[in-house]
Design a protein around this ligand. Structure first.
Ligand code: PHE
Length: 357
């Protein structure tokens, strides 16, 4: 009986799966199993023998049955663990390429612009959207009485009554980041500063919040020629063509001298905008040589250093490049618009891999 017990308990412990276990059950305690056959022999025994063998056989049968049950439960647990291990969802895996969400054209274009200027050695700088009027205006050679303050349709914050300090403003351009980055880094410096800006204006090509990217390059031997080359390289790379027509127009900004505005030839025929053809010009950027007073405000000696600055309308060039006719739709959060104009989250714009798909 001990031999039987050892044989089955060992076999049960070693059983690899439920099939092996069932076979063992049949072999041991099934109708024609070894233990059952032994039980049938009880009838041939003397009553004394039966008294000993009967309970012992019953105990053996119970022991084998409970070993079978325990092993069965163990196998089921192991199978469940294995399923959990192989069927689990790894949330750190990259998203599927099915387009669930998309990258907004503004984010896409900001990435494209950043990739192009990074290739020309420009680092990315940042500044606050709620800005002091000193950074937004005074330091940029726009004193209190200057008409540019009114022209820009500035949003001012409220001061508590009796607070004489000038109010903060929602920055009207990214130019205050010129001052902040020159103060922080000194010269020489080469940065771009993309971000949100605000002006009270609303029509097909204006929204109260929009985006600019500021450019700034200061060194000892920088001229207007460098500005023109950088802008031409940028426009060609951005529109991914060789024949974009640029128009440099003499202009005026308080913080640059001389100043130039740059327009891109385009057409608005049929309500959609096309670059490089037509009789219209879309103003996309302001630029010029940084005014000596601006350098001084940022603690840079204008006798030693000079350079150029520019400010590009990100929304404008996004409309031009991707043929989007109305700026206001950019910020409506209409899912149909976002799906139509959005970009795949997995396609990061690079100069070598391609800017846009
Ligand atoms: N800040 C100007 C604007 O918002 C653009 C600009 C930037 C012009 C830098 C010249 C130099 O229109």
């Amino acid at each position: 009986m001990d031999d039987l017990k050892n044989k089955y308990l060992t076999a049960i412990a070693d059983a690899a799966d439920e099939n092996a276990l069932e076979e063992l059950r049949v072999q041991a305690v099934g109708k024609k199993g070894e233990v059952s056959l032994k039980m049938r022999e009880l009838g041939k025994m003397t009553p004394e023998e039966r008294q000993v063998a009967g309970p012992a056989l019953n105990a053996l049968k119970d022991e084998i049955n409970s070993a079978l049950a325990a092993k069965k439960a163990g196998l089921a647990d192991a199978a469940l663990d294995e399923r959990l291990r192989t069927e689990c969802l790894d949330v750190t895996l990259p998203a599927r390429t099915e387009r669930r969400g998309t990258i907004h054209p503004i984010s896409q274009v900001t990435e494209e612009v950043t990739a192009i200027f990074a290739d020309m050695g420009f680092a990315v700088a940042e500044g606050p959207q709620l800005e002091s009027d000193w950074f937004n205006f005074d330091a940029l050679n726009i004193p209190g009485h200057h008409p540019a303050r009114a022209e820009m349709d500035t949003f001012y914050t409220h001061r508590a009554e009796g607070d004489e300090r000038p109010p903060h403003v929602l920055r009207t351009h990214t130019s205050p980041v010129q001052i902040r980055s020159m103060q922080a880094q000194g010269a020489p410096i080469r940065v771009i500063a993309p971000g949100r800006v605000y002006r009270a204006d609303y029509d097909q090509t204006h929204t109260p919040m929009f985006h600019q990217v500021e450019g700034l390059a200061i060194d000892k031997d920088i001229s207007m020629a460098n500005l023109k080359w950088v802008l031409e390289e940028f426009v060609k790379a951005f529109f991914e063509v060789d024949d974009v027509e640029l128009r440099f127009r003499a202009s005026h900004f308080p913080f640059t001298e001389p100043s130039a505005e740059v327009d891109i030839r385009c057409s608005w025929e049929g309500g959609t905008v096309k670059v490089g053809e037509g009789d219209d010009w879309l103003e996309v950027l302001g630029s010029g040589m940084v005014h000596p007073k601006v350098l001084e405000a940022a603690n840079i000696d204008p006798n030693e250093y000079q350079g150029f600055a520019f400010g590009v309308g990100i929304d404008r060039i996004a409309m031009l490049k991707y043929g989007i006719p109305d700026l206001r739709a950019f910020f409506d959060s209409d899912l149909r618009w976002l799906r139509h104009y959005g970009f795949s989250a997995l396609d990061v714009p690079t100069l070598h891999g391609g800017l846009s798909w």
